[in-house]
Design a protein around this ligand. Structure first.
Ligand code: NAD
Length: 328
């Protein structure tokens, strides 16, 4: 029990690679949480992370059954469903890293299992917890045009998936959380450059309410950029996710005289988005409420990513260029 009398949640992290180690670091220092262990297919890696954060290295995730209240799954996407399902089946809360799964069928099965067993299912769309977006969110009431750029240097990980599922899916999820209308048309182009999968991608999404979102993602850029801009009838909101910076400009129409555009940078209280995401997950599990990014939201983002990729595949095929088979 904590000083406030709340139950301490027993949590484990499965997959402590590049991202999972940060989950372990943050959970090991979080009030109300007991990090009971970390699991990794690479035992040496599990031991290293366990030692750094004062917990145990576990070789087999099955050993956690009945010992944990919640797990974070940060293994490569191809194993999300296989690793998470036994925990959901047992009614244990699970936070799965994005993208939720490698196929819509797997995502559907995970969402249905969580609902059937009454287990909290959250998806790691970390950008939703970026303080710059949280501050901007109440201002994003009527976006007409959205422009997103997410460019990274070539990684040594996540090459099992197209850049749409690795990087663009963050912006897809953000856009879907802001625009409350179905997507009616998708124009997309993707180019495989250093891998057989799409390494660079651009999409223009048109929503039923007329809003347009133009998103670009690349994992073969020289510089890193993570920005999104929202154009509304009477305001412009610009977010730099990487720097956690926000700019807001508004159209001011005085009773007399010419209208003007006023605004500028807004102070953002910087914080680690991953910490905020984990706090939200822990609060959801303790309070028996849904997490901010539910399994359904993760599934929605995956579905749109899939539609975008399908469009990119058919555009290439129409152009006479073959595309290697892909699961997602
Ligand atoms: P990584 O390859 O660095 O780490 C994955 C780890 O999982 C490795 O240590 C590997 O040994 C281990 N592993 C593999 N299969 C396993 C299994 N079945 N059981 C236990 N351990 C296993 O990958 P990463 O970059 O940390 O990505 C992991 C996940 O996190 C991916 O789904 C990725 O898309 C996601 N991710 C999310 C964000 C974000 O911003 N939310 C950022 C990076 C990665």
């Amino acid at each position: 029990m904590t000083a406030q009398g709340d139950r301490v949640l027993r949590v484990a992290v499965i997959g402590v690679g590049h991202l999972g180690r940060h989950h372990a670091r943050l959970l090991s220092a979080m009030p109300g949480v007991d990090l009971v262990g970390v699991v990794d297919a690479n035992l040496q890696r599990a031991r290293e992370i366990a030692e750094a954060h004062g917990t145990s290295a576990v070789t087999d995730a099955a050993a956690l059954a009945g010992v944990v209240d919640a797990v974070v799954v940060a293994t490569p996407t191809e194993s999300h469903a296989e690793v998470a399902s036994p925990f959901l089946e047992a009614g244990t809360a699970v936070l799965i890293e994005k993208p939720l799964a490698r196929s819509l069928d797997e995502a559907d099965a995970l969402v249905a299992l969580a609902r059937a067993r009454g287990a909290t299912l959250a998806v790691g769309h970390t950008e939703r917890f970026n303080p710059a977006l949280s501050l901007a969110r109440p201002m994003l009431t009527a976006p007409r045009f959205i422009e997103g750029h997410r460019l990274g240097t070539f990684p040594d990980r996540s090459l099992d998936i197209d850049v749409v599922f690795d990087l663009m899916i963050h912006d897809i999820d953000v856009v879907l959380s802001v625009v409350d209308a179905p997507v009616v048309t998708i124009d997309a182009v993707g180019v495989p450059v250093l891998t057989p999968r799409f390494d660079i991608a651009n999409v223009r999404l048109k929503f039923a309410n007329g809003c347009i979102a133009n998103l670009t993602a690349s994992r073969i850029s020289r510089d890193r950029t993570r920005k999104i801009r929202f154009f509304q009838p009477a305001s412009y909101v610009s977010i730099d996710f990487a720097e956690q910076e926000l700019e807001v400009w508004r159209l001011v129409r005085p009773p007399a005289g010419a209208p003007s555009i006023e605004g500028g940078p807004v102070d953002v209280a910087r914080d680690e988005p991953l910490r905020r995401e984990l706090e939200d997950f822990i609060a959801a599990v303790s309070g028996r409420r849904d997490a901010t990014v539910t399994g359904e939201a993760g599934r929605r983002a995956l579905e749109l990513a899939q539609r975008i990729t399908d469009e990119m595949v058919s555009v290439r095929q129409e152009g006479g260029t073959s595309v290697p088979p892909r699961e997602i």
